[in-house]
Design a protein around this ligand. Structure first.
Ligand SMILES: *Cc1c(COP(=O)(O)O)cnc(C)c1O
Length: 375
């Protein structure tokens, strides 16, 4: 039996081991551990890669979201529309700032929120929308931006899972996800598509005013050292992580291609299986496959997971519980009690191993195991 991993960080590291080790040693020797040249370099490379005017590195993806909402100066009680089918961080920071996360359902094919769904949840208290580009694919951001304009709302993209994906506008031009909303947030958690060797995150914007506000909030609210204009936070990407990310960023498009290749293999191998829905790819977005997630339409998802486990195939359930049913949010979810698509997805989705190091051998073994469960 093969040793199959959900995410293989080790093999990827070994491919760049020499270069990464040297970069880390350089930082150690430089003693510029905080805000050193590596951080500045990463910020600049990232701005260029994304085509974003301002990238503000920070300590993690959750902080990125929190700093984004602090920079928007929203007031307690303001409503922020978020998908109910997402990682908790999205809603957590909203609740933490005493804003109200209003949880909405998602599209059953893309698992993302749409302008149509969002519009129904807009009230006079709504101040912002958080499109989460889930599993590596963009929301329909052009229509969401039009809606935001119509109702005068901010858009904060949670791009933690879709860094590097391209969104195509109706006129044919493309833009990187995370740079289309007023603010984009991302995470460099090790297993993310661009993963550090520890925690890390970044915020991006094309708006100069928001850019300087985000910089201030992330740095104790100061515009000048020891002059504090706002109540801020301390959230920094450290130099060692930046040095590592600098190397990995050069390969981000190759990483995406490797993931897409694995996804193509899965798609083909599972195409004849009527019991599962393979990921639906939108025509307005590339898919960078942070996750490869099936919907088990017929059969017991949990039984499939146990069966795979016995065969040595790891899998994960992203996400098993709708946000509005989480104990922490039952009383602050904007009054939501049931959202049919989110509810259905939480009971039926299963994510298969997805990383940059999957071989055809491993992929065959995994898909044979999935097929064996149903046949
Ligand atoms: C990972 C993730 C985050 C949080 O990132 P951290 O770096 O772990 O704080 C936020 N939103 C989504 C959708 C994520 O997947």
């Amino acid at each position: 039996m093969q040793n199959i991993q959900m995410v293989d960080l080790k093999t990827q590291y070994q491919r760049y081991e020499k270069e990464i080790n040297q970069a880390v040693l350089d930082v150690l020797g430089s003693t510029a551990y905080i805000n050193g040249p590596a951080v500045k370099a990463f910020q600049a490379t990232m701005e260029e890669y994304l085509g974003a005017k301002h990238v503000i590195p920070c300590a993690n993806g959750t902080d990125a979201l929190q700093i984004a909402f602090m920079a928007l100066k929203l007031q307690p009680g303001d409503e922020v529309i978020v998908p109910a089918f997402t990682y908790v961080a999205t809603a957590e920071v909203i609740a933490l700032l005493q804003l109200t996360p209003v949880m909405v359902d998602v599209d059953p094919n893309t698992f993302n929120i749409t302008a149509e769904i969002i519009e129904k949840a807009i009230t006079p208290k709504t101040k912002a929308i958080v499109p989460v580009n889930l599993f590596g694919q963009s929301c329909d951001l052009e229509s969401i931006m039009e809606l935001a304009k119509k109702y005068d709302l901010y858009v904060v993209e949670d791009n933690a899972q879709a860094i590097g994906a391209d969104y195509t506008f109706a006129d044919g031009h493309t833009q990187k996800t995370g740079t289309i909303g007023h603010i984009g947030c991302t995470s460099f958690y090790p297993s993310k598509n661009l993963g550090a060797f520890g925690d890390g995150g970044a915020i991006y914007t094309n708006d100069d005013e928001l850019g300087s506000m985000l910089h201030m909030v992330a740095n104790h609210g100061q515009n000048k050292r020891y002059y504090h204009k706002y109540v801020g936070v301390n959230s920094r990407l450290d130099s060692i992580q930046a040095a590592i990310l600098n190397i990995k960023l050069k390969h981000l498009d190759e990483f995406a291609a490797a993931r897409q290749q694995a996804a193509d293999f899965y798609d083909q191998a599972l195409a004849d299986l009527p019991q599962v829905q393979t990921p639906v790819r939108s025509d307005f977005s590339t898919h960078v496959f942070h996750q490869y997630t099936l919907v088990v339409k017929e059969g017991d998802r949990n039984a499939l997971q146990n069966f795979l486990k016995e065969k040595g195939v790891p899998s994960m359930i992203y996400y098993p519980v709708p946000l509005y049913e989480q104990e922490a949010y039952i009383h602050s979810n904007g009054g939501v009690k049931h959202l049919p698509v989110t509810d259905y997805l939480c009971k039926t989705v299963i994510s298969l191993p997805m990383h940059t190091e999957l071989t055809e051998d491993t992929l065959s073994y995994i898909t044979d195991a999935v097929k064996a469960f149903f046949n």
